[in-house]
Ligand binder design. Sequence first.
Ligand SMILES: *Cc1c(COP(=O)(O)O)cnc(C)c1O
Length: 380
Amino acid sequence: MKRVPMLNLRLEYEYMKKDIDAVIQRCLEHQQWILGPEVKEFEERVAEYLGVKHCIGVSSGTDALLLSLRALAIKTKGEEYLERSDEIITTPFTFTATGDTILRSGATPVFVDIDPVTYNIDPAKIREYINQNPGKIVGIVPVHLYGQSCNMDEIMEIASEYNLFVVEDVAQAFGAKWKGRKLGIIGSAGAFSFFPSKNLGAFGDAGLVATNDDEIFDLVRMLRVHGGKDKYNVEHIGYKARVDTIQAAILLAKLKYIDEFNERRRKIAEMYNKGLKGIEDLILPTEVQGYHIYHQYTIRTSRRDELQSYLKERGISTMVYYPVPLHKMKVFGNGRSKVFGSLVHAEQAAMSVLSLPIEPLQSKEDTEYVIETVRSFFKA
Ligand SMILES: *Cc1c(COP(=O)(O)O)cnc(C)c1O
């Protein structure tokens, strides 16, 4: 039977083998495993790529979010942590880490509903919540889900109107843009993930914080290494959250390919869009005002579970991102978070979304096979 995986990292490694093997060899020779030369080089190259003043390599996307929020607590309140009375507005339709880092920063996440077309947080809902709860909100954490930008004009307008910080969760959107500007550099800070399955993936855990703010830069850099500039005389309650030299080296080698790979994703998405249009009970992704990098190609249908098993029986892997919205998880219960109004769009999305294989190197034949198989499901 033909098999189409969600991703084929082995194939990607073969494609970049020369570059990757060379940087690993360089690390083996210099043996500077902690904050070695590749870390700084990677930070500088990503800063240049994104068009941002500072980048700090950290140990994961989760830590990038956490360190950004902690730095903002110190910068804006002069306290190590935020308080439970400090509210941060975010989306319930995301990976757990978006919300759990808000809890770990000390603040209370407030979940507002998404826009059902883009699956991203609905700025109108943010504004409505703030109008009804003035003075409680300290920040917004928008997530650029599946590689598509949130409406950053509206989010930044609200943020400046109410003096809120914005931490962009860019874990799924390296290289994606909002009106020509790369994501992750528009808010106060951007938190990137290089988890192996992300569109720029390391060979293990890694992440990065991007910021134009000198103070946030200083603070995140301290928080990454125990909390001080001087390891033996520390100022803040920090972490051990550095990116490994070898991961930075691998990412440096892979960075060369990111634009090509994002373009390949867009080509596959275009094939899916053409091949799958006109099916009743099948909604395709919509690209709005930005450069969508299709970290995921996500469709929706009321027959999601049935379709998923049908594809699986025919060798096609798919994934559900995400089956449980955050406000339904136990960790966000017990009064630890707030829900604003109905989250019906997030709940409906969780029941109906399905992400199809989008390996940048997957063959035309494989993409066609996925299209034919999806079509045959709806014909039957
Ligand atoms: C992957 C992901 C994260 C967490 O990144 P890690 O590197 O796995 O810690 C956070 N938010 C979103 C939206 C993600 O997809």
